[in-house]
Design a protein around this ligand. Structure first.
Ligand code: ASP
Ligand code: MG
Length: 423
């Protein structure tokens, strides 16, 4: 008998039909002799709709109340799923994040899990029930308030629970058949990957691939917990996220795992920054003090005549207004000339563990961009990733060109999108 944690995303439980289909799938796992813990997201686009509603009543909803509101979405789906399972003659009990022992810090909207104490879940499954847990939420250790883990956080709930329960596997069910070499919604020739390493997946998630939440992968890597990403709409084997690729993987697989593209970032340029020790520290400390996460940074060589330089960085569009405000506050003290804000950029990233040992990847990548007529505005690299900033309007063409250039195009029509709006 195994212990399996299964996570179902919003598109898998978008309506009553979906809930029934998922219930049947959970029951089949239980019937096969496993203990089953399920983590569920809010139905369909519920979370987005709740955010829209909040914004209609206030331009800046307080974080505590927004979390209270959003966690209601998962409460609806968890209870309905438990009801659907009970209807199939199996006992299921639903639990909120706080009942399931998901303890977090008190940062509303992006709380971090501090501890998971799943006593009630263990009790429920030991008594033969199926436990259904509301994803993406917990309770703050110091304020006792309800928190959320950030958009897409149900993956993290699932992996954290799986780790705490020492589950054999965490299965993440979604609306495509696994992890693809590119977003199958934009690149129809994307191919399904058999395996991805934690390291590659971390880079892909950080690069904006929406398939798994970044923190969930960090968690899985820390606990060496295998994740199986698969479709709730088909019985096919999906993609395994593991420590290492198995021996005998194909060459392409080893060099480039895939490309990710992301339209969610904006670029801020601070113009005319005095080139002095401590200036960059001052700027980025001010941003960090406001919990603003910076992604790519580029600083130019300062012009000899003026001793001034420009610093550009990217960050989530959602944080753009706040970052600009923070920077304006320190403008006088730092002495820079002006701030430019550009939210029409796109980020394209190429990820693969094999990059380490294969020279020429950058050259091939840039040649593909040139051939596609795409101008590169910023570049950043890690050992196994190259990211570039391009015009937003060029992004999908650039992604397709890179995908083709590295021989990733599949001729098998694997990239079936079964559901969801991709919102
Ligand atoms: N319902 C939340 C969201 O859409 C959490 C999740 O889906 O994982 O972000
Ligand atoms: Mg969702």
């Amino acid at each position: 008998m195994g212990l399996i944690v299964q996570k179902f995303g919003g598109s898998s439980v978008a309506d009553a039909e979906g809930l029934k289909r998922v219930a049947a799938r959970i029951v089949a796992t239980k019937k096969a002799g496993n203990q089953v813990v399920v983590v569920v997201s809010a139905m369909g686009d519920t979370t987005d709709e709740l955010i829209d509603l909040a914004n209609q009543v206030s331009p800046i909803p307080p974080g505590r109340e927004l979390d209270m509101l959003l966690t209601a979405g998962e409460r609806i789906s968890m209870a309905l799923l438990a009801i659907a399972i009970n209807n199939l003659g199996f006992e299921a009990l639903s639990f909120t994040g706080s009942q399931a022992g998901v303890i977090t810090d008190s940062t509303h909207g992006k709380a971090r899990i501090i501890d998971v104490t799943p006593g009630r879940i263990r009790e429920a499954i030991d008594a033969g029930s199926i436990a259904i847990v509301a994803g993406f939420q917990g309770i703050s250790q110091d304020t006792n308030d309800i928190t959320t883990l950030g958009r897409g956080g149900s993956d993290t709930t699932a992996v954290a629970l799986a780790a705490a329960l020492e589950a054999d596997v965490c299965e993440i069910y979604t609306d495509v058949d696994g992890i693809f070499s590119a977003d199958p919604r934009a690149i129809p020739a994307a191919r399904k990957l058999k395996t991805v390493t934690y390291e590659e997946m971390l880079e892909l998630a950080a690069a904006g691939a929406k398939v798994l939440h970044l923190r969930c992968v960090e968690y899985a890597r820390r606990f060496k917990l295998p994740i199986h990403v698969r479709s709730s709409f088909s019985p096919l084997e999906g993609t395994w996220v593991v420590e290492n690729h198995p021996e005998g993987g194909t060459m392409e697989q080893a060099i480039i795992a895939g490309v990710a593209h992301d339209k969610s970032e904006a670029k801020v340029t601070i113009v005319g920054v005095p080139d002095r020790t401590g200036v960059a520290a001052r700027i980025f400390q001010a941003l960090a003090d406001n919990d603003l996460n910076i992604d790519m940074i580029v600083q130019n060589v300062s012009a000899a005549a003026t001793g001034l330089t420009d610093i550009s960085f990217t960050l989530p569009k959602a944080d753009g207004a706040e970052a600009t405000t923070v920077l304006k506050k320190i403008q006088g003290e730092v002495g820079f000339a002006s701030i430019q804000y550009d939210d029409t950029i796109g980020k394209l990233s190429l990820v693969g563990a094999g990059m380490r040992s294969h020279p020429g990847v950058t050259a091939t990548f840039f040649a593909a961009m040139a051939e596609a007529g795409v101008n590169i505005e910023m570049i950043s690299t890690s050992e196994i990733r190259i990211s570039v900033i391009v015009r937003e309007g060029d992004l999908e063409r650039a992604a397709q060109a890179a995908h083709t250039a590295f021989g990733l195009d599949s001729d098998q029509n694997e990239a079936v999108v079964y559901g969801g709006t991709g919102r």
